[in-house]
Design a protein. Structure first.
Length: 144
């Protein structure tokens, strides 16, 4: 288990929690009311800052219930929170619904933060990559 230092940068921020024991994501809540018209996006503040430990990264994920019921997603999903970042966590929400506006209320759970280990990577330039069954076949190459 790792410790995740968290700071309220605004007094009315909601400290994240897990909905159920064993959940991977910590629910992030909005700190203010924002209306998203059809097709609109907005940067939604959470009022929180975290200190992701070295060797880890935070990934801000959409909430499945908001996506399925209202078409609300995160534009840059997953949003990446590097271990050196200490600013306020912000979520770039997008209303994909073509007809209905969506209102984000203060205190509403809008996203999830998942913290995962990130291995240190050493780049090794080579003349040729090792062969694989897939090779260079790209996007859509496995569609039947």
């Amino acid at each position: 288990m790792i410790q995740l230092p968290i700071q309220k940068v605004r007094p009315d921020a909601v400290v994240p929690s897990r909905a159920y024991a064993g959940d991977a994501g910590l629910d992030l809540a909005a700190i203010e009311r924002i209306e998203l018209g059809p097709g609109e996006r907005a940067v939604v503040p959470t009022g929180l800052a975290v200190a992701i430990p070295d060797g880890y990264a935070g990934f801000v994920q959409p909430r499945s219930g908001l996506a399925s019921r209202h078409g609300i997603t995160i534009v840059n999903a997953p949003g990446l929170v590097d271990s050196g970042y200490r600013g306020e966590l912000m979520v770039v929400l997008h209303n994909t619904d073509r007809d209905e506006p969506f209102v984000v209320e203060a205190g509403m759970r809008i996203a999830q933060l998942v913290v995962l280990p990130i291995p240190e990577v050493e780049l090794v330039e080579v003349e040729e990559l090792p062969a694989t069954e897939r090779g260079g076949r790209g996007f859509g190459s496995s569609a039947a």
